[in-house]
Design a protein around this ligand. Structure first.
Ligand code: HEM
Ligand SMILES: *[C@@H]1O[C@H](CO)[C@@H](O)[C@H](O)[C@H]1NC(C)=O
Ligand SMILES: *[C@@H]1O[C@H](CO)[C@@H](O)[C@H](O)[C@H]1NC(C)=O
Ligand SMILES: *[C@@H]1O[C@H](CO)[C@@H](O)[C@H](O)[C@H]1NC(C)=O
Length: 308
């Protein structure tokens, strides 16, 4: 856990974790997708100069918001729930719990409330004073850039192939829009045909949802078998060519890749997947946190304290 630790708020905000869980649970009642959206915010935060809540800052005089970066625009969601959590924490323990720790805690609650594993969340991260939109454009993996480029982006933040496969298992819940997988449907890689590693039944469904002309504005489940449950069906889907994104299916369909054996092991043993996922979430949450007197504890997650 580096300089983070699980008891960081024990003396200053002992109920922080329980409060986060309660608000996430309430949010699930009107939005079955919210858990998926919240964990994705944590991922997109941590991959850009570390877990520092940079993704939560809105545009302002000095901030070019990461919310408008390619991987986030019209896609990242859940910000209002983050704000609700932060408001509750500020009422209970003013100026204590960082926005980036809110993302880490909300991710754990989201997974656990969806049937996935629990883990002890390391805490004590502080919030950045800056955002890096260019960094968000270049550091967050794209679903079409190929497995080796994605592996490099994980490696650049200290995450290995095991982490890559385990964390990709977060696509066991949540949705994706036509634009992020339509490259597979008609003329994959300019070869005139759909992606041969896309199950033909799923292909037909997706071609209807996302027509070649106009692409459609549809969205669909990342896990076609159990869309809202956190389980290992993401991996069994890959074994039947039912991964939705190119980057998902490549984990199983790239000849000779070290990822294949890992997919196979998670597909056959959910307990193994859950243990690996929990450890990889701890690893991801430890990417370059601000600690000590670096950064600040933001009072409003959308803006730095000095910005009025
Ligand atoms: C391995 C590289 C990854 C790529 C290329 C990737 C790409 C994507 C894309 C393109 C979407 C759909 C966005 C949209 O259509 O609006 C998505 C959704 C999602 N991603 Fe990933 N992702 C990756 C890894 C991860 C990781 C590490 C996590 C979390 C640990 C994660 C969690 C999610 C979740 C939960 C959703 C659904 C969000 C929602 O429904 O709001 N992804 N991802
Ligand atoms: C990031 O990408 C978005 C969308 O592609 C683009 O509008 C924006 O100008 C890029 N930002 C930077 C700083 O490169
Ligand atoms: C990997 O990234 C490089 C540099 O951005 C790019 O030129 C290359 O086409 C990418 N590979 C694939 C398979 O997309
Ligand atoms: C597929 O894309 C390639 C490269 O862009 C193009 O040359 C070809 O005409 C396309 N094929 C079809 C069937 O649209």
């Amino acid at each position: 856990g580096g300089s983070l630790n699980a008891t960081f708020y024990a003396g200053t905000c002992p109920n922080a974790s329980a409060m986060v869980r309660t608000i996430v649970q309430q949010a699930f009642q009107s939005d079955s997708r919210i858990g998926a959206s919240l964990i994705r915010l944590h991922f997109h935060d941590c991959f850009v100069l570390g877990c520092d809540a940079s993704i939560l800052l809105d545009n302002s005089g000095s901030i070019i918001s990461e919310k408008n970066a390619g991987p986030n625009a019209n896609s990242a969601r859940g910000f209002n729930v983050v704000d609700n959590i932060k408001t509750a924490l500020e009422n209970a323990c003013p100026g204590v719990v960082s926005c980036t720790d809110v993302l880490a805690l909300a991710s754990q609650a989201s997974v656990s409330l969806s049937g996935g594993p629990s883990w002890t969340v390391d805490l004590g991260r502080r919030d950045t004073l800056t955002a890096n939109q260019a960094g968000a454009n270049s550091s967050i993996p794209s679903p079409t850039q190929g497995l080796s480029n994605i592996t490099s982006k994980f490696s650049a933040v200290g995450l290995n192939t095991n982490d890559l496969v385990a964390l990709s298992g977060a696509h066991t819940f949540g949705r994706a829009t036509c634009g992020v997988f339509s490259n597979r449907l008609f003329n994959f890689s300019g070869k005139g045909n759909p992606d041969p590693t896309l199950n033909t039944t799923l292909l037909s469904t997706l071609q209807e949802l996302c027509p070649q002309k106009g692409r459609g504005s549809g969205s669909t489940n990342l896990d076609l078998s159990t869309p809202d449950a956190f389980d290992n069906n993401y991996f069994t889907n890959l074994q039947s060519n039912n991964g939705l994104l190119q980057s998902d299916q490549e984990l199983f369909s790239t000849t000779g890749s070290a990822t294949i054996a890992i997919v196979t092991s998670f597909a056959s043993n959910q307990t193994l997947f859950f243990q690996a996922f929990a450890q990889s979430m701890i690893n991801m949450g430890n990417i370059s946190p601000l600690t000590g007197s670096s950064g600040e504890i933001r009072l409003d997650c959308k803006k730095t304290n000095g910005s009025g």
